[in-house]
Structures are given as C-alpha cells and as structure tokens.
Design a protein around this ligand. Structure first.
Ligand SMILES: C[S@@+](CC[C@H](N)C(=O)[O-])C[C@H]1O[C@@H](n2cnc3c(N)ncnc32)[C@H](O)[C@@H]1O
Length: 248
C-alpha cells in the first residue's frame, strides 16, 4: 500500500514525464554538449543577464536537461516539510523555470495563485502553455525579469520557493533578501541550490549562515542522498535545500 506522499509523488512523476517528455527521446549528455553547457552555462563568467539566451535554449529541452529523480526528490522534501499551502494563498517562485513544481501544486493543493519569476521568456512560455493545458492559467502570473528586480509588492507570498536556481548568480545573497522581502511574516519557504557551482561557489556554511538571516530553518539537507555507482565510487550531489518559515 502506498502512503499519501508516495501516491502524490507518483502523480507528480507522471506529471513531469508527461509535460517534460524530452528525456524519453534525447540523451542528456548530448543535450549538454549541444547547448555548449560549459562555455555558455555553468562555467560562463558573463553577467546573469547574458545567460538568458542559453536558458531559453535549455527551456526547449528541459525534460532532458533536468533529471526526473531530482524533481521527484525535491517534491518529496516539499511535501514533507512545507507545513501548509493555505487555501487561496499565493506562492512566489524565484528562478522558477517552467514551473513544474508550482503548476502541479496549483492542481493539487488549495493555493489560489502562483507567481513565477524567471529571466527566460522561453521558460515562462513553457509554464504558460502547461497552465493552459491543465486549466489553471487564470491563477498563474509570470514575470520575466531578473529574480532580484521583480516588482512584486512586499509581503505578497504565503509560500516562497526558489528551487535550484540562485546558484546561477554571484549575487545569490540578494535572491534570499528578495525571497524574504516578498514573503509574509511566517511565510513557508523552500529554497534549494547547487553548492560550489562555478558561477557562485556557495559553501555549505555560507548557505546556512545567509539563510538564517531571514528564515527560521526546520530542515537543511541534501536533495538526494549519496549514491553507490556500479564502479564502486560514491556519487555525491551538491544540491541542498532548506525549508522553514520567514522570520517575523
Ligand atoms: C536549473 S533551472 C531551475 C528551474 C526550476 N526552479 C526547477 O527547479 O525546475 C534555473 C532557472 O533559473 C533561472 N535564472 C537563472 N538566473 C536568473 C536570474 N538572474 N534571474 C531570474 N531567473 C534566473 C533560469 O532562467 C532557469 O529557468
């Protein structure tokens, strides 16, 4: 018998595979090579705004670029650690990409509205198209801008997300400040990032310290546990998350 969270995760996994089917037809390594991921993406030293065209290309192959196991693991942490998605409440997501988590939550929680902020118009176009298909477009707002330059009024969000995005910016601390600014006091928060990513080089200590400035942390952990590989090596993912609430 599956428990409630396992059932929800199965549903989310099917949602992901349906709306982001590229993993079924494209090879991830080839996608990264074709995107020139190292030069235009992870190792690029260009300012954030000059990564938009790269992110627009990523959007078209997002299901092969991102991995299902990370999406499902992150959703598992969200479902286990975000205490509530208030009825009629607003979720704001910074660096939302195509909004997989947020759109699924619009369908599967009592949230009233989702605001997605991303500087890639193609990522947001993909989110809008999914929202239309699942009948939640009237509850979705997209804002195409730098995550730290959005025009969302203070104290808008009941729930604040920033999932696997802020490490793309050396100005990542401003993302946390922004997440806190748009959140209501006590707002639920779930933020993840890849530590030691070349574009930001965030250490675990820095991430922990910076987050505690604005948020009460209830959980701080790896998104996926270390994995034993067939060659005997252990693969350790650098994706970390914290969940908690905005300080009053
Ligand atoms: C790896 S994707 C993650 C997307 C989504 N949150 C997820 O977990 O599926 C990172 C996203 O951050 C966005 N991003 C990167 N830098 C940004 C910035 N300075 N302002 C707004 N969005 C940004 C990219 O366009 C991309 O959609």
């Amino acid at each position: 018998m599956m428990n409630k969270i396992e059932t929800l995760l199965k549903n989310f996994s099917e949602f992901w595979l349906h709306f982001f089917p590229e993993a079924g037809t494209l090879d991830r390594q080839q996608v990264l090579t074709e995107l020139d991921d190292a030069d235009f993406g992870r190792d690029s030293t260009r300012p954030d705004c000059q990564l938009v065209s790269y992110q627009n290309c990523v959007a078209t192959v997002y299901g092969a670029y991102e991995q299902a196991r990370f999406q499902v693991a992150a959703m598992g942490h969200i479902l286990r650690s975000v205490r509530q998605f208030p009825a009629g409440g607003t979720l704001v997501s910074l660096g939302s990409g195509p909004g997989s988590y947020e759109l699924w939550l619009l369908l599967n929680s009592q949230l009233g509205k989702v605001i997605l902020v991303d500087h890639s118009s193609e990522m947001l176009a993909r989110a809008t198209s999914i929202a239309k298909e699942i009948g939640v477009a009237d509850r979705l707002q997209t804002i195409c801008t730098d995550a730290t330059q959005n025009s969302i009024p203070p104290h808008t969000a009941d729930v604040i997300f920033s999932i696997n995005a802020l490490h793309w910016s050396s100005g990542w601390r401003a993302w946390l400040r922004e997440a806190a600014r748009v959140g209501k006091p006590d707002a639920e928060v779930f933020i993840s990032c890849s530590l030691l990513h070349p574009r930001s080089n965030i250490t675990p200590d820095q991430f922990g310290q910076a987050t505690r400035e604005y948020f009460n942390i209830s959980k701080f952990d790896m998104v996926v546990p270390p994995r034993q590989m067939p060659d005997g090596q252990t693969a350790v993912s650098s994706r970390f998350f914290f969940a908690g609430t905005k300080k009053r």
